[in-house]
Design a binder for this molecule. Structure first.
Ligand code: GN1
Ligand code: MG
Length: 359
């Protein structure tokens, strides 16, 4: 607590800290909620420097995008909010202390996150927020945004990492993952397609969120969408991975680490609600070619996440935070079960998408 207080006091907020709580969010960073005596709260975050080794660029991207969205929302009378970054006493956006790099953000009052969608309203609200994000970052020049994690959603790159992991994995872990390994290898070919398209001349490269999952949306208590959070991975990218990541997390009937594989299916009612809201915000912006490939984005990102969890399991859990021994294996199984459901329902997924986007 004293350490955290000390770091907090290095930012330009002259307030007395009453309490600091851990905000259990995310697999990578450490996040805290700081309560101050005047009733204001702040979010203090230690960025993981093993994952993000170019911290200056990461934070620069986050600040550029949040400033842009703040201005853009104000200009267009948009009801959405964005957490701004608070500068340090030395006019920087982060403090280096205790083997890490710390940022301080505004806290959006009266907000909550949810880890699973329970009704269509939540789905629709989330879809409008992520769609609106794509619409409002359109005016940002992608050249000003650094590709901080190169090949982040590249399937060839994730496959290469998977194959490297396979070479040195413990026999016991490999044996437990055997079915998943075979399934991943079978899917390989189709999963490369979007990565190839991204490299094609004239395929639209936008400023995308790249971690557009449900837990990165803030809602109010009536389930209205308030804000998109977690700008760690804002980078030039393609809309398909944001769209797909939302479906992966919002339209699954279970959470990412549920062991109920039978119950891990795509909720098509939710899928339809998501498509409606996303189309409302982005239909005028996306090209027909982009729209046509949205369903493939769903399969591809679920595959990428499954493969990354599996790779981390084979690497003895060096990347993601885990809460128990086989956590990454459980996550990988869950994602591959969800992918199977997306494959089974693919015709319906395409039909709903194309009718929502008037294709
Ligand atoms: C990680 O830390 P968190 O939960 O925001 C990961 C994402 C994955 C996600 C899986 C930098 O995000 O790519 O989608 O876990 N972020 C990074 O839920 O690897
Ligand atoms: Mg993240």
């Amino acid at each position: 607590m004293e350490i955290l207080k000390n770091i907090f006091n290095q930012f330009q907020v002259k307030q007395t800290v009453v309490k600091i709580e851990v905000l259990a969010s995310g697999h990578i960073n450490d996040t805290y909620l700081v309560y101050c005596s005047n009733g204001l709260n702040y979010v203090l975050q230690k960025i993981n420097d093993q994952v993000f080794n170019n911290l200056n660029d990461i934070i620069l991207n986050k600040v550029i995008v949040s400033n842009h969205l703040k201005t853009s929302y104000q200009k267009s009378n948009n009801k959405y909010q964005i957490a701004g970054f608070i500068k340090t006493e030395n006019d920087a956006f982060f403090v280096e202390a205790h083997n890490g790099c710390w940022t301080l953000m505004e806290y959006i009052p009266k907000s909550k996150t949810i880890d699973r969608a329970h009704n269509e309203k939540q789905v629709f609200e989330a879809s409008k927020l992520f769609g609106n994000f794509i619409a409002h970052t359109e005016a940002l020049n992608t050249e000003g945004i650094i590709e901080t994690l190169p090949k982040f959603h590249s399937v060839p790159f994730r496959f290469f990492q998977f194959e490297e992991a396979l070479k040195q994995a413990k026999a016991s872990r490999k044996a437990k993952a055997q079915e998943l390994i075979s399934f991943a290898l079978e899917q390989q070919k189709e999963m490369f397609l979007l990565s190839e398209l991204k490299e094609k001349d004239n395929f639209p490269i936008r400023v995308t969120h790249n971690d557009a999952k449900l837990s990165n949306i803030l809602f109010d208590k009536e389930d209205n969408g308030l804000a998109v959070i977690d700008l760690d991975t804002v980078m030039p990218g393609i809309v398909h991975f944001d769209f797909g990541d939302s479906i992966r997390s919002i339209c699954s009937n279970t959470v990412e680490d549920s062991e109920d594989l039978e119950g891990t299916t795509i909720n098509l009612k939710f899928y339809e609600a998501f498509c409606k809201g996303f189309a409302l915000e982005t239909s005028n912006i996306l090209t027909s070619e982009e729209k046509r490939y949205l369903p493939l984005g769903v399969k591809t990102i679920i595959f990428i996440m499954g493969l990354r969890f599996l790779t981390d399991y084979l690497n003895n859990d060096v990347y993601y935070k885990t809460a128990f021994k086989e956590h990454n294996l459980v996550r990988a199984k869950n994602q591959m079960a969800l992918l199977k459901s997306a494959i089974q329902n693919y015709d319906e997924i395409k039909r709903i998408t194309y009718s929502s986007f008037n294709l």
